[in-house]
Design a protein around this ligand. Structure first.
Ligand code: HSE
Length: 347
């Protein structure tokens, strides 16, 4: 039986949900998955830091009030975020990185991943920034230090997309994909089909927790663009950067456009897509597209995400599911840890 020591970097909704899962399910994982997790460190910009090499109580952490400096109330805790110390001095085998996405330079998350990989620790992350902006460098580091680096939750949270395409669809000759990769914009388009104005629909998406605090990245396609870069590079062997992907959002669509689409038997969707061409080059875009009602993505409503892979041997394979959510994204971290466990067992 294996016990992995894990340190949590960022303690917002996602890693807190992972702590809750550990508190509730470790015993079950022991028999079903062949390992248990012991939290040995946690650090957060708002809550502070805590190291407990003998193991911290996951239930206590999961229930901790979200009050500034709250970790200082626990034995050995501090009100300061001590990211480097929690990564390097906690004795963790695995670092679970779930801090905010910085779409400009991927920091500070990229540095957290880099430190951990250089330190010989496995890394699981839900963060789009490090993968879209520094993926090749971080993957090379993981390879050099012979550790796992997994990031299923960077695209469509816990809905399996990256490993599904890389592992299960290997050999099917993927030639491209089209995806609804932002829950907020799809929710907004769905509500506009119900007659609600754009601004009001965005406000609803914020209240429901789908949209970012500044929803510009959601509705202007910037969030989707990061996900397209990740998927194109992971699945199609591309070497795209963010500036290679043309990007238009949904803010120019009005109720008349939506109504016209309905009359024509179609729906507007914000589509992130990439295609591999015969010469091996890959082109990618984010744009609103008018989809006929028979398109595999036309029926995806509300905040649900979906991606349709095009492959030579199977045609279109479509996966839909949640694209965000604290427990959904914590599950992505669990699936990454399972992948690392299998890697370790295989070694
Ligand atoms: N704000 C994003 C969305 C969250 O609406 O899909 C996931 O990246």
């Amino acid at each position: 039986m294996t016990e992995y020591k894990i340190a949590l970097v960022g303690f917002g909704g996602v890693n807190r949900a992972l702590a809750q899962l550990i508190a509730e399910r470790n015993a079950r994982w022991k028999t079903e998955l062949g390992f248990t997790l012991k939290i040995v460190g946690v650090t957060d910009l708002f809550l502070g830091s805590l190291i407990g090499r003998e193991g911290l109580d996951a239930g206590v952490l999961a229930r901790l009030p979200a009050v500034k400096g709250a970790f200082a109330q626990l034995p050995g805790g501090s009100a300061e975020a001590q990211n480097a110390a929690v990564i390097k001095d906690s004795g963790a085998d695995i670092i679970a990185e779930a801090t905010f996405t910085n779409p400009v330079d991927g920091e500070p998350a990229t540095s957290f991943c880099r430190w951990a990989l250089e330190n010989g620790q496995h890394v699981v992350t839900t963060n789009k920034g490090p993968i879209a902006l520094h993926g090749p460098e971080l993957k090379a580091l993981a390879l050099r230090h012979d550790v796992g680096f997994e990031y299923e939750g960077a695209v469509m949270s816990g809905t399996p997309v990256i490993r599904l395409a890389k592992q299960t669809l290997a050999g099917s000759e993927l030639s491209g994909f089209e995806g609804i990769l932002n829950g907020t914009s799809n929710y907004v388009l769905t509500r506009m089909e119900g007659g609600l104005g754009f601004a009001e629909a965005v406000r609803e998406a914020q209240v429901l927790g789908y949209a970012e605090a500044d929803p510009t990245a959601d509705v202007e396609g910037h969030d989707v663009r990061l996900k397209v870069v990740i998927l194109a590079n992971e699945l199609l062997g591309a070497k795209l950067t963010v500036s290679d992907v043309s990007c238009n959002g949904i803010s120019a669509l009005d109720l008349a456009d939506i109504e016209q689409a309905r009359a024509d038997g179609a729906r507007w969707k914000l589509i992130g897509a990439a295609t591999r061409h015969a010469d091996g080059s890959v082109s990618a875009s984010v744009e609103p597209r008018l989809l006929g009602n028979d398109h595999p993505l036309a029926g995806i409503s509300g905040a649900t995400n979906a991606v349709s892979f095009n492959s030579e041997l199977l045609g279109a394979v479509t996966v839909s599911g949640p694209g965000a959510g604290r427990m959904e994204t914590a599950f992505a971290l669990l699936s990454d840890i399972i992948a690392i466990h299998r890697r370790v067992a295989h070694h």
